[in-house]
Design a protein. Structure first.
Length: 36
């Protein structure tokens, strides 16, 4: 049963957002170094 309290939903959303931001930044760094 998934009866998670709101704060766990918020933390899960926060983790997803920060993970997506990290991967985006890493990909941008990679493209930047390849373009040099």
């Amino acid at each position: 049963m998934d009866l998670s309290p709101p704060n766990s939903i918020v933390s899960r959303l926060y983790m997803t957002v920060t993970k997506g931001w990290e991967s985006d930044r890493r990909r941008n760094d990679l493209e930047y170094t390849q373009n040099l």
